[in-house]
Design a protein around this ligand. Structure first.
Ligand code: PGA
Length: 258
């Protein structure tokens, strides 16, 4: 089955509103000549305070080539949860995707597998798509428990999620030691882990679901690495951090995935 590639930019805690507008416009300008049907699904994930501004820039352009994601959400609908944003609030701001379980959220903000699962369910119930992150630390890799750890993260994240919801979800495999370090995971090794993840999905559901779910690689993705990553059998795209903050590098990555 042909899975449509995805290139998603995780802006993390960067960009004031005007910077977000400029970057959004810059990306759209850089891909304006490309036919929409040939482009990967391009997603940008600004921080909460820039979502409205970025969404307005996307709407004003009207080309429909770039979609909006949030970097986090809370799973409850509303209520006394100071500082949190519900899925409905993010949907109301134009988000179609929400990144959950990023290693930085797990590490600094105590996000657990159970929370990732609750967030995934809330996102899918509201008709949005979760981008579920997983990945091992250097210590786990050196201890030889990478596959066990990733399989456990994915199994817990997908608990009580139907096969049709799982099929439209996106997973991002991001080895923690490769994030923001400039050290990209070898493409063949990333592909090996990603096919292992696909196999876990097959075990939880069936072959169709495993064939449909898109699994991205993340961790120091650059214009120079994208072609080789995309050439792998199971890598369906990239979740890009640092290189998504510049029009040049992000648009080169998008074009490298075509
Ligand atoms: P990086 O970040 O591309 O800067 O390594 C990736 C991510 O954290 O999603």
């Amino acid at each position: 089955m042909a899975r449509r590639p995805v290139i998603a930019g995780n802006w993390k805690m960067h960009n004031l509103q005007q910077e977000a507008i400029d970057l959004t416009n810059g990306i759209m300008q850089a891909i304006r000549e490309e036919e929409k049907s040939r482009l990967p699904e391009v997603i940008i994930a600004p921080t909460f305070t820039s979502l409205y501004a970025a969404n307005k820039a996307l709407k004003d352009c009207g080309c429909g080539k770039v979609r909006l994601a949030a970097q986090n959400c809370y799973f409850e609908e509303k209520g006394a949860f100071t500082g949190e944003c519900s899925v409905q609030m993010l949907k109301d701001t134009g988000c179609e995707y929400i990144i959950i379980g990023h290693s930085e959220r797990r590490q600094y903000f105590g996000e657990t597998d159970e929370m990732v699962n609750k967030k995934a369910q809330a996102i899918l119930q509201n008709g949005l798509i979760p981008i579920i992150c997983c990945g091992e630390s250097l210590e786990q890799r050196e201890a030889g428990v990478t596959d066990y750890h990733i399989a456990s993260q994915i199994t817990k994240a997908l608990r009580d999620i139907s096969s049709s919801d799982a099929a439209k979800s996106i997973i991002a495999y991001e080895p923690i030691w490769a994030i923001g370090t400039g050290k990209t995971c070898d493409s063949k090794e990333a592909n090996r882990v990603i096919s292992m993840i696909r196999n876990v999905v097959k075990g939880l559901y069936d072959e169709n679901t495993a064939d449909s779910i898109r699994i991205l690689y993340g961790g120091s993705v650059k214009p120079e690495t994208i072609k080789e990553q995309m050439a792998q059998s199971d890598i369906d795209g990239a979740l890009v951090g640092g290189a998504s903050l510049k029009v040049d590098s992000f648009s080169q990555i998008i074009k490298g995935a075509m």
